[in-house]
Design a binder for this molecule. Structure first.
Ligand code: SAM
Length: 281
């Protein structure tokens, strides 16, 4: 396959800048630029968008996103060792890549981005899940992002797209599916990374809906779902006792048998339950 740009291959970049992967930063790098371009294509049409990339590392995905036409990328990277490699990419794509050195859980890059904004990232698992939950639960909806294209451990990706009745179904699926369309768009074996992680990975693409799929108060819905899945083996009339003393009435009003368990209940019914609980306040 032909090269996606005129910059050196990533193995050379890593050697030149001595970017030995650090486990503490969850560094499993993607070195195949045709693969990173393929991941970038899953993010949709980037030509008229600013892209927020978290954890660019040596820049494999960054180069994919630029080659696929991103208008501009703002990248947030915690590891200062990566900055010189990213500066080389920035020089090859003048005015299209800015890098903030910092922890994505601490910095707020929004002031530096112009809508429409797409997010793309290959992040350590714990940081990725924490950021996903934050991106799915902003104070106001629609959120700042139009889409999220994120690499996860396959098991986490399956939790995001899970349907009722499956073991993977829970809070993450409900949060994601309430206000976005979520799909697994690519699966990757450990060998796609250097060093290879222990588990398989998958890319999830989430598109923000203009409005939540069903009406509900976000705070109450969150409380109901958290309580329901905290004790997922229990019947809802027991696990949701803390939510309301009249929980059995609310379950019936929402069309949910009080003896049902959380993993059998779909998103629409959880939203109806949240609305009924709200009516009591
Ligand atoms: N995007 C690159 C790629 O695909 O090859 C690197 C992926 S590597 C799995 C994760 C990257 O996220 C590393 O570069 C790491 O330094 C960075 N990182 C880890 N924790 C971070 C955090 N809290 N904030 C920003 N970047 C972080």
């Amino acid at each position: 396959m032909s090269a996606i740009d005129t910059l050196p291959p990533l193995r050379e970049v890593i050697e030149t800048h001595q970017l030995a992967a650090r486990k503490s930063l969850g560094q499993n790098f993607l070195l195949d630029l045709n693969l990173t371009a393929k991941i970038a294509r899953q993010a949709g049409d980037l030509s008229g968008c600013d892209v927020l990339e978290i954890g660019p590392g040596p820049g494999g995905l960054t180069r994919g996103l630029l080659a696929e036409g991103a208008r501009r990328i703002l990248a947030v990277e915690k590891d200062s060792r990566c900055l010189p490699a990213l500066a080389e990419i920035s020089a090859a794509y003048p005015g299209r890549l800015d890098v903030i050195e910092g922890d994505a859980l601490e910095v707020n890059p929004l002031a530096h981005l112009r809508p429409p904004i797409r997010v793309a990232a290959n992040l350590p698992y714990n940081v990725g899940t924490e950021l996903l939950v934050r991106w799915l639960t902003p104070k106001a909806w629609p959120p700042f992002w139009q889409s999220l294209t994120l690499m996860f451990q396959r098991e986490v990706a399956e939790r995001i797209v899970a349907q009722p009745g499956s073991k993977a179904y829970g809070r993450l699926a409900l949060l994601a599916q309430w206000r976005s369309d979520a799909r697994i768009v690519l699966s990757l074996p450990p060998e796609a990374f250097s060093p290879p992680p222990k588990v398989h990975s998958a890319v999830v693409h989430l598109t923000a809906l203009e409005q939540p799929r069903f009406p509900a108060d976000p705070g109450i819905l969150n409380r109901v779902i958290a309580a329901a899945f905290n004790q997922r083996r229990k019947m809802l009339r027991a696990s949701l006792k803390s939510v309301s003393p009249a929980i059995e009435d609310h379950l019936v009003a929402a069309g949910i048998p009080p003896t049902e368990r959380a993993e059998q209940v779909g998103l629409e019914a959880f939203c109806a339950l949240a609305r009924s609980v709200k009516s009591e306040i």
